[in-house]
Write a protein that binds this ligand. Structure first.
Ligand code: 5GP
Ligand code: MG
Length: 182
């Protein structure tokens, strides 16, 4: 395990080793296994790109029959006065009447996840819950419940295990936090 790494212009150090991440993923998977055991074929909806590694490890620990699909929130500048418009792309699995678990890498302010929930609700699923690898309680500003949170952190910027800094760092198996200097 490299202690200090450089991605673009910033230095990062290990904050959470892979073994600890794996334990947190097991705990959240056990909860989902208990809660969804009686439900008919739930659908996991992975939010690309950041959730890919978490989703892969999480699903290996899920013991009921389930489906998997991926979506992306595309941001672009719209012509309306509010500026940024975000649309949901890639939903290929019908979710009407189904039990949906959205899988996210990190919920910070909650803007992205609330957009995602509203977009998915247009397809009339039976239930929607959110499962996130990281949750930042100090910056979360929404009322929507985030039911499954594998780990909670402060306001620090982290990378690794799917999370990136300008596209770098997704391949790291430990979680790294930005650090000053070398
Ligand atoms: P929100 O919309 O909840 O404010 O932000 C969610 C998105 O911001 C995440 O999906 C992620 O792309 C990005 N983000 C927020 N905090 C972090 C962080 O600490 N590290 C990384 N790599 N991305 C973050
Ligand atoms: Mg994300």
């Amino acid at each position: 395990m490299q202690n200090i790494i450089k991605l673009h212009d910033k230095y990062f150090k290990v904050m959470i080793p892979a073994e600890q991440v794996d334990k947190a993923v097991s705990v959240v998977a056990d909860r989902i296994n208990r809660d969804y055991a009686e439900r008919h074929t739930p659908v996991f909806v992975g939010v690309l790109n950041g959730s890919f590694m978490f989703l892969s490890d999480l699903l290996k620990k899920i013991d009921f029959n389930c489906e998997l699909t991926f979506v992306k929130l595309a941001s672009y500048s719209g012509t309306c006065s509010t500026g940024e418009v975000r649309s949901l792309i890639g939903l290929t699995t019908p979710i009407e009447g189904r039990h949906v678990v959205i899988v996210e890498d990190i919920v910070d302010t909650g803007e992205s996840i609330s957009h995602m929930i509203h977009e998915l609700e247009k397809h009339h699923p039976a239930t929607i819950e959110v499962c996130t690898l990281f949750f930042k309680p100090a910056s979360y500003s929404k009322q929507l419940p985030v039911t499954y949170r594998a780990m909670e952190i402060g306001n620090e910027f982290i990378v690794g295990y799917g999370l990136d800094y300008n596209q770098l760092g997704r391949n790291l198996k430990d979680i790294y936090v930005v650090t000053d200097g070398k």
